[in-house]
Design a binder for this molecule. Sequence first.
Ligand code: GAR
Length: 192
Amino acid sequence: MRVVILGSGRGSNAEAILQAQAAGRLGAARVVQIYSDKPDAGILALGPRFGVPAAFIDPAPFKTKLEGPGEDRFVAAIEAARPDLVVLAGFMRVLKPKFLGAFAGKIINLHPSLLPAFPGLDGIGQAFRAGVKVTGCTVHDVTLEVDAGKIIEQAQVPIEPADTIETLTAKVHAAEHGLLPSVIARLSQESK
Ligand code: GAR
């Protein structure tokens, strides 16, 4: 199963996926390409470290969505990588019909809350401020409606009275680093 990872940030989840692959824990999945919409994103530095091609693609002209010429560039580049699965690992742009149609049924996203609770930006902060006792992370199918596609799997993180936004953020990230590689491994076994 050929996997393309898209990310805008640090890339800690992409790193967890690549470490799982290196340790033989990614089933029949293999990361073939990393793309970012930010030229200086940490995720791009993983390419040379793990021997996977990694590149910036200009997302212009929009700031928060991928549409128009930037969308065309992403679709063409990803199609050239012939993915069976496109993994959004901290890719902070709203996807539009052309992209979704090009990779229909093959796009999954990681979100840092127990969806349908706390969709959108800052899922961890939203849960912390709401005072819920349990939050977590979700891997779900990507559809036109943001953070609303079918839930594939979730991991829970209890919020303790002593937690701060910093400790909670670290716990949710740790849960994500376990969840996302295990979902990819499972999907790769099911698709065989
Ligand atoms: C992750 O916490 C992921 O859940 C979140 O961005 C972070 C990326 O971290 N995604 C969203 O909020 C999507 N709405 P990383 O770059 O270290 O993997």
